[in-house]
Write a protein that binds this ligand. Structure first.
Ligand code: ADP
Length: 162
């Protein structure tokens, strides 16, 4: 049986921490769908199309990864693509409570849907999209934090206005 997993998130923008989880999932499962949540509530800095394009450019070397825009209920979407599980990254204990709640709700809505947690790689423990945005908006170097293919696009987009 082909095993498809979904990696959901805002990816506003993609970081090396996200890419690490996506890459590890792509080695373990047949297909990885990265579901980019439109998430208007969070007032994203990048549009849905920008976030998708940055993810696509960063995952060109991973042929079993597909990037999709997503708006709606993950539990329902998972049924439509016959997903085996949701894959999420855990950085610290602080991520756990929220992710645990999400996982239980998704399982309640779709009893066949499990959530698999990948422990962050140590070097990305501190890394988040918000930190990238903060550093870039102050004119700092974000190259250690984001994939090289998209670093200059992200920097230019977030650079302080002069
Ligand atoms: P959200 O909108 O749910 O906050 P994000 O776009 O920030 O989502 O992250 C998507 C997923 O990637 C989440 O599962 C999150 O835990 C995981 N993630 C984000 N940053 C890292 C990191 N540095 N290391 C491991 N996992 C991460």
């Amino acid at each position: 049986m082909q095993q498809t997993v979904i990696c959901p998130g805002s990816f506003d923008p993609i970081t090396n921490g996200h890419l690490d989880i996506i890459t590890r999932a792509s080695k373990m499962f047949d297909k990885v769908i990265v579901a980019v949540v439109k998430n208007q509530d969070k007032h994203p800095s990048f549009t849905i199309n920008e976030r998708i394009a940055l993810l696509q450019a960063s995952t060109l070397n991973l042929p079993n990864v597909e990037i999709v825009g997503f708006d709606g209920m993950l539990a329902e979407y998972a049924k439509t693509v016959n997903a085996y599980a949701i894959v999420k990254g855990l950085r610290a204990v602080s991520d756990f409570e929220y992710e645990f709640q999400q996982a239980l709700i998704n399982r309640k809505l779709n009893p066949d849907l499990d959530t698999i947690f990948f422990t962050t790689s140590q070097e990305y423990m501190y890394l988040s999209s918000s930190i990238v945005k903060q550093v870039a908006s102050l004119g700092g170097d974000i190259s250690p934090f984001v994939p090289p293919q998209v670093c200059s696009d992200i920097s230019k987009r977030l650079a302080p206005k002069s």
